[in-house]
Design a protein around this ligand. Structure first.
Ligand code: ATP
Ligand code: MG
Length: 334
């Protein structure tokens, strides 16, 4: 079977280094071999940002630009906007009939994100996020889902939903597999937590060299290390985790020198900032070119969404037939 990839991001902010190593790098590589659909998840952005829709609207083109700058090729990958595919919302409703509230409450990512955001009550849409994600994947009949580690419980939930649909009605969808990036969970600049758009601890992919230097200089390091000669604990230092992610050939050296107190934090930081800037430089160059043609970005989004909609309609017709609710045949109102 030809693999089909579905992947995407909530458009809650500009993409960051965590996206790059967690999933974006994989997408850029895989688009050459597989059919690739990339979702700009505005509906899922609203699960936490419904009271700030302007943030969602303003980030649509930012994220699209991040994709193109990182090397997503619109001739190979279909970029599409979630809210403009009503079939996704429709399938979410059908799936929601047989997903139990308990299975959603126990989803570890839902639990940890709710705790991190301080939610004492869970909104229906927030709790239902994994169901809508299952619908994104199923509507595209995708087989391979490049994601960071935090999304693994959602993919597992998707597989369960699809199996249940097949037991209840008949097989329509392939069972998707998660494809985890080389760095499944990049730490934020504050250590501990994952780097996240909404967490204020990220280095966005459009950062200038000066911004990268400043953010890295301010980043948390091993709190027990005061003097350069104090032995460091690289395993708990986000800067060391960045060396592993973006400076692999020298990471072992850094580990030894930090543990022995023979490299200071500011040199260690300067070295990683240099490597990150090397990674971002070609992206920034591409972004500068692309940003001169805003109309082209809109055209890419419109034509991608149109293409995805054709597929979504086909899938929904099959879904209705499988469920026995395709009353008048496929093209009754067209
Ligand atoms: P938000 O804070 O608004 O939830 P986010 O930074 O978590 O934003 P998402 O849009 O939720 O970004 O996630 C998009 C994809 O990027 C998912 O596949 C997710 O697993 C991956 N991802 C996000 N942050 C990281 C990270 N720090 N390390 C690895 N992968 C990540
Ligand atoms: Mg997230």
């Amino acid at each position: 079977m030809q693999e089909r990839i579905l992947t995407g991001d909530r458009i809650t902010g500009k993409l960051h280094l965590g996206h790059y190593v967690g999933s974006l790098k994989n997408r850029v590589e895989l688009q050459n071999s597989y059919e690739c659909f990339v979702l700009l998840a505005d509906v899922q952005a609203l699960t936490t940002h419904f009271n700030h829709p302007a943030i969602v609207r303003d980030n649509l083109r930012n994220v699209a630009m991040d994709y193109l700058a990182a090397g997503i090729d619109p001739n190979r990958s279909t970029l599409f906007i979630q809210s403009m595919i009503p079939e996704i919302a429709e399938l979410t409703v059908y799936f929601s009939m047989f997903v139990t509230v308990n299975s959603l409450r126990h989803n570890p990512t839902i639990k940890s994100e709710a705790a991190e955001r301080g939610y004492t009550q869970l909104n229906y849409g927030f709790l239902g996020y994994p169901v809508s994600q299952a619908a994104d994947i199923a509507i595209c009949r995708a087989t391979l889902i490049p994601v960071g580690e935090d999304q693994v419980p959602h993919i597992e939930q998707t597989r369960k939903i699809i199996r249940r649909f097949h037991d209840l009605y008949r097989p329509v969808f392939p069972e998707p597999q998660a494809l985890i990036g080389a760095i499944p969970r990049l730490s934020g600049l504050d250590g501990g937590r994952k780097m996240g758009k909404s967490s204020g601890n990220a280095i966005s992919l459009d950062s200038s060299p000066q911004q990268v230097n400043e953010l890295i200089q301010k980043a948390t390091t091993d709190p027990e290390r005061i003097h350069k000669s104090d032995p460091g604990h690289p395993d708990i230092c986000p800067i060391y985790s960045y060396h592993k992610a973006f400076n692999a050939p020298q990471a072992e050296d850094i580990y030894r020198n930090c543990s022995q107190g023979t490299i200071g934090c500011s040199e260690c930081k300067a070295r990683i900032a240099g490597q990150i800037n090397k990674l971002l430089e070609p992206m920034n160059e591409r972004r500068e070119t692309i940003s001169k043609y805003p109309k082209q970005i809109d055209e890419i989004l419109i034509s991608g969404t149109e293409r995805a909609r054709v597929l979504a309609r086909e899938t929904m017709q099959e879904v209705r037939e499988a469920m026995g609710i395709a009353y008048f045949g496929p093209n009754t109102f067209q």
